[in-house]
Design a binder for this molecule. Structure first.
Ligand code: SF4
Ligand SMILES: [Zn+2]
Length: 174
């Protein structure tokens, strides 16, 4: 449902304004239910020029995280702990909005690779088929796909055994 919502928002406004997805999301989704503490409202986003919840971001700039050095296209659906600490020393991973499972969930990026929402597939963890899932690109093989936030997170933890993803803690409990 969330995936459809995002896509509808992006496609709808893009067709009207013929502009990038970061703009469409900001225009239409001023405070997503996934949480207001997102890159779109973060002072470290170049558009916001150091102002958290900036009501007048620089419309000419792409959403770009100045402390992590990357462009964030889905800025209103991307999160990290530095939003809260407002410190430049990086804390933990970046998070995407995962599958809607009894509420909005946050799942960590695989380094600089953002997990994506996808349609039907068969889970790389458990083999179960699904109608809506998560995919992560792989340079060495076909992309990996997952039936649930939990199975993505289990895979992520094996790839990042020394890292924690506290914004995903509620996923382990479901
Ligand atoms: S990744 Fe974190 S620090 Fe960077 S813009 Fe997004 S919330 Fe802010
Ligand atoms: Zn699975």
């Amino acid at each position: 449902m969330q995936k459809l919502f995002r896509q509808t928002m992006i496609l709808g406004l893009n067709s009207v304004l013929n502009c990038g997805p970061h703009v469409s999301q900001r225009k239409l989704v001023k405070m997503p239910n996934g949480g207001p503490d997102n890159c779109g409202t973060c002072g470290f986003n170049r558009r916001n020029r150091g102002v958290w919840r900036n009501p007048v971001p620089d419309e000419q700039q792409l959403s770009f995280c100045e402390i992590r050095g990357l462009t964030v296209l889905a800025d209103h659906w991307t999160y990290c702990q530095n939003w809260h600490t407002r410190t430049k020393k990086l804390i933990g991973p970046i998070y995407a909005s995962g599958l809607y499972e009894n509420g909005y969930r946050r799942i960590p990026w695989h380094g600089a690779v953002e997990p994506e929402s996808i349609g039907a597939g068969a889970c790389s963890e458990c083999g179960k088929t699904f109608a809506d899932g998560i995919a992560i690109a792989s340079v060495e093989s076909a992309r990996l796909v997952f039936c649930s936030n939990l199975h993505y997170l289990q895979w992520w933890k094996r790839q990042h055994p020394e890292e924690d993803a506290p914004m995903s803690d509620d996923i382990w409990e479901h």
